[in-house]
Ligand binder design. Structure first.
Ligand code: SF4
Ligand code: MSK
Length: 648
């Protein structure tokens, strides 16, 4: 570890890290050590490889080169690098969205037996929203038109994103004034890449605004389409109970772990794993059943809709294999460490890559195509069953830890839930904030990062927020971190939440931390805030609502895109580690200060989780004051200071 802290706060993770070192197997933490000291130029964002006159790097101490060979300054290089990184993240989300729409098109044409429309209400709601005829037409007919309409949003050459109609007026005005209104998903990503080529855009502010436009095309376009169409195709999630952590793996059953992001294959694997023939085959091999579990956001997708347990988050992918009981791991795209392929040399696990976009040396590639989804899913389950007999009993070591959770909240059910079945509106949530029973809302999302103690920032920040009467909404690996620590169980309210939030959680039976899905489902947080605005009483635009965001422990370029669209939508956001922009004072000030004037919200960099939580609650308090809301109903007693606070 860079800071000599423990590698994780999760006991199961620590146990498996020890197990890895006994087995002389390197993990991400070991490889991080072998990388140290990491490149300071890269961390500050002042290294450029955009043409072969470079690489060029700027001396941050002002003693060496202050320009690249072409004359680019640190400000230009930092802004250009941030834009490139963000575009990769936006492209990843949006390409995921495109694939889901493609699956919808196949389902609509009856070309894939594996997919049916399981969310007809959402389908028809979207059709009405986009002006697609739906009366007296079958679900398939409507879905076919919807798929064509949404596919066109990716390649749109004229006009603006259709989902702009969902955005409150003030945000639309802010974006128009700065020329960052998102147009087509692919267009804004391609234009952004063009801007970063040598000798194109060299104005740091203009480059950053280019990144805002591409991020908005992701958040309100590609990601939002992915979420909406997943709900149409696989059904809208409902609150569901499940378990989290490596202890969900079973020694006496075939364990198949899905890892990555896209639900198109994993949804079908869920069905294949309960196929009677395959269950009988598993039994004939001496297994008591087929246990499906997930890592990263594929896990979140099938947890939300089927209650499939979470084996772990990003930094636990290697550790799952080191338990010695994972008979097959099926991966698709994003956040899959190439390192796991090598673990097959030491453990019996067979790892299968399945995406046409992602192959890994050492893995077996079984390419997945939507039109033969069930066949592929059954084949993968069968391969897992056949590998069950190859386990080495002396290598089996499954941690005991597994924690109960409730997940499956959505924009449609998340707060209407607060209103109960007979009062389905956002009124109770808004009223809770208006009266001061709840301070406000926070979205806490994002990854793990081997540079920081695994899960620590998520947990400390999450607990501090709910103690301060802030209702927390989560996605991604952050949600998995909090699930493993019990924060996603309704009982967590009594244990950790402030008195007002406790009352609400008790009355409705929800946890104080609500899991709303995978990385692309951060769009649910945007639409939930839109609903809060529409309900009234908490401001007429998103930047007026007492809400804040955070991405603790982020590492993926997708997190840059998420943070950027959230901030540009008016939501103050704290991140750790800082964005790699600290080599340019101009860019850092633009993001952390000037954005406030542009969007009514800015980024903040804070490496201490408690201080990060306090920045968020201070921001929420400021919004409360601006709205003229009363003080909190109950005093929040004790306020721990940040860990590195000299007084603390
Ligand atoms: Fe160097 Fe300019 Fe080429 Fe970047 S684009 S590598 S700064 S010459
Ligand atoms: S999986 S992007 S590590 S949240 Fe979505 Fe987790 Fe971050 Fe990947």
């Amino acid at each position: 570890m860079a800071d000599n802290n423990p590698r994780s706060v999760d006991p199961a993770t620590l146990e498996m890290i020890d197990r890895a070192s006994e087995a002389a197997v390197a993990t991400a933490w070991d490889r991080l050590e072998s990388q140290e000291p990491q490149c300071g130029f890269g961390r500050l964002g002042i290294c450029c490889r955009n043409c072969t006159m470079g690489p060029c790097r700027i001396d941050p101490f002002g003693e060496g080169a202050d320009r690249g060979v072409c004359g680019a300054t640190a400000d230009t290089i930092v802004a250009r690098n941030l834009l490139r990184a963000l575009l990769s993240g936006a492209a990843a989300h949006s390409d995921h969205g495109r694939d889901i729409v493609h699956a919808l098109a196949l389902a609509a044409k009856g070309k894939s037996e594996a997919y049916r429309i399981k969310g007809p209400e959402k389908l028809r709601g979207l059709a009405r929203e986009y002006g697609i005829a739906e009366k007296d037409r079958s679900d398939e007919e409507v879905a076919s038109d919807l798929a064509q309409f949404l596919l066109a949003e990716f390649g749109k050459q004229e006009g603006v994103l259709a989902n702009l109609a969902r955005v409150p007026e003030q945000q639309q005005k802010n974006w128009a004034a700065l020329g960052v209104t998102p147009r087509g998903v692919d267009r804004d990503i391609v234009t952004g890449m063009h801007m970063t080529h040598i000798g194109v855009d060299n104005d740091p502010e203009h480059l950053i605004l280019g990144s805002v436009r591409a991020a908005l095309a992701d958040g309100w376009g590609g990601s939002m389409i992915a979420t909406d169409v997943s709900d149409v195709l696989f059904g809208e999630p409902q609150p569901t109970r499940s378990l989290a952590n490596l202890g969900v793996l079973k020694e006496d059953e075939v364990n198949l772990v899905v890892h990555g992001h896209e639900p198109t294959l994993s949804e079908v694997i869920v069905a294949a794993a309960s196929d009677p023939e395959l269950l009988a085959l598993a039994e004939s091999k001496g297994a008591k059943g087929i246990n499906l579990a997930g890592i990263c956001c594929t896990a979140n997708e099938i947890l939300m809709r089927h209650g499939i347990p979470l084996a772990g988050n990003f930094l636990q992918q290697e550790l799952a294999i080191i338990t010695g009981v994972v008979d097959a791991m099926v991966v698709d795209v994003q956040c899959i460490m190439p390192a796991i392929a090598r673990l097959q040399e030491c453990f019996h696990t067979k790892i299968f890559s399945t995406s046409s976009k992602a192959q890994f040396p050492g893995m077996t590639h079984i390419e997945f195509h939507e039109d033969e989804a069930m066949e592929t899913a059954k084949k993968l389950v069968r391969l897992a069953i056949e590998n069950f007999a190859n386990r080495s009993p002396e290598k089996v070591c499954v941690p005991k830890q597994k924690e109960g959770l409730v997940a499956g909240f959505t924009t449609e059910d998340i707060f209407t839930f607060l209103g109960g079945r007979y009062r389905p509106s956002y009124r109770p949530l808004n009223a809770g904030i208006q009266t001061g029973r709840v301070r406000g809302l926070a979205g806490v999302v994002g990854c793990n990062n081997a540079r920081f103690t695994h899960d620590r920032y998520h947990l400390e920040m999450g607990k501090e927020l709910i103690r301060n009467e802030v209702l927390v909404v989560q996605t991604g690996c952050s949600a998995i971190a909090c699930a493993k620590a019990g924060l996603l169980a309704p009982e967590a309210a009594e244990k950790y939440a402030g008195k007002g939030l406790q009352e609400i959680c008790r009355a409705v039976g929800i946890p104080p931390v609500l899991h709303v899905g995978s990385c692309v489902d951060n769009s649910r947080i945007l639409t939930a805030i839109v609903e809060v605005v529409k309900e009234g009483g908490l401001g007429d635009s998103m930047d007026k609502v007492p809400v804040a965001g955070a991405a603790p422990e982020w590492m993926s370029e997708k997190a840059i895109s998420i943070g950027m669209y959230v901030v540009a939508s008016g939501i103050f956001t704290v991140v750790n580690p800082p964005l790699p922009v600290q080599g340019s004072r101009q860019v850092e000030e633009l993001l952390t200060k000037t954005f406030e004037q542009h969007f009514g919200a800015a980024w903040a960099f804070e490496e201490d989780p408690i201080k990060g939580a306090h920045l968020m609650s201070d921001h929420i308090d400021r919004k409360r004051r601006e709205l003229g809301l009363p003080p909190l109903m109950y005093e929040v007693p004790y306020a721990p200071k940040g860990n590195d606070d000299p007084d603390g």
